[in-house]
Ligand binder design. Structure first.
Ligand code: 0L1
Ligand code: MG
Length: 265
């Protein structure tokens, strides 16, 4: 903890605020409005403390996600670097599962590529070296759900809010690194049978492997590593799309089959 003006107790209390907002689907004002001393590093402390609260409730840590990996999203937020969040067992859906719209603040969905790590990955690393630790690659849909009122937040707020993580689905087709060139896979996300976003895996931090390496390097700065078995969501390949009750979302990713989710009331 490096912030001289925020104590461990302050961090715990901010973690309780974001955690409760997600649990109760009760949007909150951005944390930085009342706590301007909150900085990026401390926001990651708040994120980690909010994840500890989930683990205490019996959830398990299953992986991590990268966010703001596309040029479009970085420009939108006025930033130059991606962010990360944590994934827990309660966020993981089976292919075709439903999420409940009323249990989300403003849910949106985006098409992603996911990695499954076969070995511990410790930064510093490079894209090529990181990929040597990957045992499987699949498609994924990520539901993001910022807990902030009126969708107003800064980068620091998003990090504290676990990079808006909510739910994710992995496709059932799992390919090996040797088997599939993931540098430029076509990705089409359909809602109710209509294509709503068309993109390429190249939009994920220019290459999903770069995103994986960047994650390992970012967590290494905090003395952490990515353990074998972790799922890593590399980031959105297109803009996110707002979800409505009744929506049926399918991602078709070249070489990686399909994955889908539905939205109930
Ligand atoms: O997955 C992501 O790219 C994180 C996005 C965070 C900001 C948002 O909720 O739009
Ligand atoms: Mg995402």
């Amino acid at each position: 903890m490096s912030n001289p003006t925020l104590s461990e107790a302050d961090i715990e209390s901010l973690a309780e605020v974001v955690d409760t907002a997600a649990l109760q689907t009760a949007p909150i004002p951005m944390l930085t409005a009342a706590t301007p001393a909150l900085d990026l590093d401390t926001a990651y402390d708040v994120q980690r403390a909010s994840i500890e609260r989930r683990l205490t409730r019996g959830e398990e840590l299953v992986g991590m996600k990268m966010g703001l990996t596309s040029r479009a999203k970085m420009e939108q937020m006025g930033v130059h670097n991606p962010i990360y969040g944590h994934l827990t067992s309660s966020m993981l859906l089976d292919d075709g599962d439903a999420i409940s719209h009323s249990e989300h603040c403003h849910p949106r969905v985006e098409p992603e590529i996911a990695f499954i790590l076969g070995e511990d990955l410790q930064g510093p690393t490079t894209a090529a070296h990181a990929m040597m630790h990957v045992s499987g690659i699949c498609s994924a849909l990520e539901v993001i759900d910022s807990r902030y009122e009126n969708f107003k937040f800064t980068l620091i707020d998003v990090v504290a809010d676990n990079a808006s993580s909510s739910h994710f689905v992995l496709g059932n087709t799992v390919r090996s690194v040797e088997d599939l060139d993931i540098s430029n896979l076509g990705m089409v996300m359909q809602v109710n049978g209509k294509p709503v976003q068309v993109g390429s895996s190249a939009a994920i931090y220019e290459h999903p492997a770069r995103s994986l390496a960047a994650l390992a390097n970012m967590v290494a700065e905090r003395g952490e590593y990515l353990p074998a078995g972790f799922i890593v969501l590399a980031g959105g390949a297109t803009a996110a799309v707002a979800l409505q009750p009744g929506d049926n979302v399918t991602l078709k990713a070249e070489g990686l089959g399909t994955c889908s989710l539905t939205v109930k009331d």
